[in-house]
Design a protein around this ligand. Structure first.
Ligand code: CTP
Length: 402
């Protein structure tokens, strides 16, 4: 892989040298961009010696910086399979979130079409500041990935969150995030359901669940990055991901209708939505008032989206579902695999609040051959990529076995 490693001015910059060495020793080409502040912490010579590639930037003190001809940012932006910013400082995060291009690194970040990964490191107070968090959220909404910092003793003497993640963990994230297009998915149409559904009782009340839709959204991004043409049928409030055709739905019935009209043209489907299993029997057009006596609500079952699509499946179409279980995970999930006629099911442990909204998560795939090696624990964006890689490999081996 060809990696551009941006190194802004933070004390953790010295760890970037180790990251560059690790990636270069692993056979990847690494070109570093040092910002002016970064160059106060480490030197271009360190980086060019470790990577056997030129180090880019400007170094007024030592006179050894490359000139920065106006076109260099475009060349680097095109050259990169991935751009990583390590350690990502509040300053560079803020600039990139707002589209500023004040030096070589920030111009490359704007010009590149490659995936961008941030590994922040800063003082705990700065890390927790809503401005920094809002900027990171904005970067995530552009499809960028963030390797969250660890907790620990910081260089400033404070204890807390803001310490650069472990170098091997950042290297793993870079390799997974920058993965090239996958043969078995490139150009394929993948339909993905994500998020909670909402079943309305009246104009103000609704039945729903604790799903945020993050995992489905990350899967949509990961399939997109693997080369698939993704259609996302999305419940909940998360913003639509870039580069993915998104249909907003509210109820299970709407989600089913949106899927049914797209299913025939799709090559495969991933059911990541947390579909409400019941809806109120009737919908009241006006707000329901409190009455005397016991309060009861009549519920009816919603359609099972996966089971319905599975029944209308044509040869060659594949289906992957999720199972949210709080006990006897593998048994319950294996039963769902069978009952819904799926090719694989990914088992989530929802006990103790895991899975719903949790940062790092683990998934165990089950196929007709039984449980497979678990994926994770990883943050959801990287876990989604691990799922996509696992499934693509499986599709390839099924293809070659035909
Ligand atoms: N699913 C679906 N339609 C439903 C319910 C679930 O398509 N009405 C899909 C989910 O998107 C998921 C899989 O089926 O991929 C399993 O969902 P889960 O909530 O774990 O199981 P349920 O079928 O709802 O069974 P139970 O609630 O009894 O565990």
């Amino acid at each position: 892989m060809q990696i551009v490693l941006g190194i802004p001015g933070g004390i953790a910059a010295y760890k970037s040298a180790d990251l560059a060495r690790l990636l270069a020793n692993d056979g990847h080409r690494v070109r570093c961009i040092l910002t002016e502040a970064g160059a106060r912490f480490i030197t271009p010579l360190t980086l060019s010696s470790l990577t056997a590639e030129p180090c880019y930037g400007a170094n007024p003190d030592q006179g050894e910086w490359r000139a920065n001809p106006s076109i260099e940012h475009i060349e680097l932006a095109r050259w990169a399979d991935l751009v990583a910013v390590v350690p990502a400082t509040a300053d560079v995060i803020g600039k990139a979130a707002n589209g500023l291009a004040t030096d070589l690194l920030t111009t490359v970040l704007l010009a590149t079409r490659a995936p961008i990964l941030w590994a922040p490191a800063m003082n705990t107070g700065m890390w927790g500041h809503p401005a920094v968090q809002a900027n990171l959220e904005r970067l995530r909404s552009f499809g960028h990935s963030v390797v969250d910092p660890d907790d620990g003793l910081l260089a400033c003497g404070e204890e807390g969150s803001g310490k650069l993640a472990q170098v091997p963990a950042i290297a793993e994230a870079i390799l997974m995030y920058g993965s090239p297009k996958l043969r078995s998915l490139d150009g394929r149409r993948v339909l993905i359901t994500a998020g909670p559904t909402r079943e309305d009782l009246d104009p103000v009340r609704t039945l729903t669940n604790r799903s945020t839709g993050t995992m489905g959204l990350e899967l949509a991004r990961a399939f997109r990055d693997a080369g698939a043409r993704v259609q996302l049928v999305l419940g909940g409030d998360l913003p639509e991901p870039w580069g993915v055709e998104t249909v907003r739905v509210r109820s299970a019935q709407e989600m089913l209708a949106a899927c049914q009209s797209r299913w025939a043209a799709a090559d495969g489907l991933v059911g990541a939505a947390a579909v409400a299993d019941q809806r109120p029997e009737t919908y009241a057009a006006e707000k329901v008032k409190k009455g005397e006596g016991p309060e009861t609500m009549a519920l009816v079952r919603t359609p099972d989206i996966l089971a319905t699509l599975s029944a209308a499946r044509r040869p060659g179409q594949w289906m992957v579902g999720f199972a949210a279980e709080s006990e006897k995970h593998l048994d319950h999930a294996a039963a769902k695999l069978q009952k819904k006629g799926l090719d694989a099911i990914l088992v989530n442990d929802v006990q103790r609040g895991r899975a719903f909204g949790a940062q790092a998560n683990t998934l165990t795939p089950i196929t007709a051959e039984g449980p497979q090696a678990s994926l994770g624990p990883l943050p959801k964006d990287l876990l989604a990529r691990a799922v996509v890689q696992w499934w693509a490999r499986r599709l390839e081996s099924l293809d070659s076995g035909r």
